[in-house]
Design a protein around this ligand. Sequence first.
Ligand SMILES: Cc1cc2nc3c(=O)[nH]c(=O)nc-3n(C[C@H](O)[C@H](O)[C@H](O)COP(=O)(O)O)c2cc1C
Length: 189
Amino acid sequence: MKIIAFNGSPRPGGNTESLLIEALKPLRELDYDINVFNLNSMVFKPCQDCGGCTTTGTCIHQDAMTGIYAAIREADRIILASPIFFYSLSAQAKAMVDRCQAFWCEKYLLKKVIPAGPRGRKGLLLLAGGMKKDDGKNCAEATAKGFFRTCSVPVHETLFFGGVDAKGDIQKHPTALKEAYEAGARLGE
Ligand SMILES: Cc1cc2nc3c(=O)[nH]c(=O)nc-3n(C[C@H](O)[C@H](O)[C@H](O)COP(=O)(O)O)c2cc1C
């Protein structure tokens, strides 16, 4: 099984990365093929709305997204992990999502879905936010749902933890890491 994971946090060892590491543990135990993209250290432009993908479903820009497009096509499972920044996904995660407009054109204009392997395609959204209220989660969730469906991932689970602000706060949360591990295990089914 091919698993890809996007870490949208710029903070190494932060709350998002901790959730992601935990969710990946059961998948590593199963020896799945895992590829983690740390978006903050990858160089790619935000979508230029140039229309280059409209008739082909292929982005005309060659940068770090080229490898990400290929990985998304082959993935059986996709994890998107992001902190809540200004009530939504981080810019790092959102820039990657926007570049998936090429998949949107392929799916909705050219009517081609990315074919699933024998175990289907599933997603997992991991979110960490400093505030306890759900506004950021709801906004990020809407964007992530668009991302998953555009990439022909028909179902996903969302885990959101609010009230985790300082680096390491997630480690003190009573259930977060356990929940992330369990969600990772379900993703691998
Ligand atoms: C630029 C910026 C914007 C933020 N905006 C929000 C927000 O709108 N809502 C919220 O709950 N937390 C917000 N936060 C707090 C982060 O979501 C929180 O610190 C989170 O735990 C960071 O995750 P990380 O450790 O993985 O980077 C913001 C933090 C930064 C740096």
